[in-house]
Design a binder for this molecule. Sequence first.
Ligand SMILES: Cc1ncc(COP(=O)(O)O)c(C=O)c1O
Length: 406
Amino acid sequence: MAEISNPSKYLGNELNYLQKVLEGESWSSTGGSWTISLEQAFAKKFGMKHAVAFNSGTSTLHAALEAVGVGPGDEVISPAITVIMDTTATIHANAVPVYADVKPKTFTMDPDDVARKITSKTKAIITVSIYGLSPDMDPILAVAKKHGIPVIEDNAQAVLSYYKGRLLGTLGDVASFSFENTKHISCGEGGLIVSNNEAIAEMCRKIGGHGFKNLKADEGRIRLTQDVFQNPNYKRHDVLGWNYRLAEFNAAVALAQLERVDELVDLRIKSANILIDAMKTCDYLIPQELPDGYVNSFYTLGAVYEGVSSIGVSWEDFRKAYIEAGGDGIYGAWSVPYLEPMVANRQFAKRCPWVYEKISYSAGLCPVAEQIQPKIMQFKTNYRDVTLAEKKADILRTVIKKFASQ
Ligand SMILES: Cc1ncc(COP(=O)(O)O)c(C=O)c1O
């Protein structure tokens, strides 16, 4: 057996629950109880009525878009600083991605640009809490309400983040989370949506569960009545769906992680603040701004690197120096989605040629995002122990000092 390099990642009930799944009768949520337990615990933690587990934080977005009624040719607004999945989920719903620019200091969606991008075709807005920080939600929610547009929160990077004292996940019509390997709560791959709207939650579950007609907002098992279910005359499907279900193994691990979520989030916040302290020893690493009343759960610590103009050191050379001194890898921000070849070269258009015939994207669409994206550095916050974060912060200080004396 391979040596476990990071044992405290599963210091809770993970192994115990996994064994119980193995010993149980069903390894699928269609018959088991672990996914339901995860959903109920998650809904309770967030004070939400409904939770539906998924196999990723992308399938959640696709299902949520379809569940709120997005269809061919509709427009979906998402920010220009985010991962590709907000775009791909939109395209998988045969809808057209529309990009809102971001605010330069918070990197989050600019509410004024959201308002500018709304047309009669806009059928959803995806708000992304990038690196764990909420966008300015009030004006976005207000403009969405004015036009009757549903808001989908993409909180893949934000768990127990707050916006003006309100918990993220509770603000939009439906909110999406990811349990992918690097996330606050992880089970390798997984996701979950929460909503207080029963119809949306039920539709999400059906879309993610082959469209089985007996699926409900709070019921993911499909074989409740064996005699009926096994009968050849039984008609099962009343909605076009996919198989986006979470396996019971993943649900069990995610549940064990959820039990420790306060501790896991707290560790990321503490680690980020330790690194932010080190950044204060220079003027060219400017952390993502934290507006008053917000809590950033720091999936990673984002910072704008101004070292090229300040000390004449390139982004790549600063990263290299940090790694060589014992620091961790620094991630850049993902390219603005519309400059990824799949989007820029219109490869996506084959998904639905008649919808995308006249749709194309090019540089210049969201100037702020395009300007800050190459400068962003993402520092790791996923330490299992604050002493490790302190060690990395010391290394960062040393590197900053070294460049100051050159
Ligand atoms: C902001 C954001 N949205 C969506 C996703 C997609 O989640 P997943 O990898 O679980 O599909 C991610 C994860 O990488 C993400 O960071």
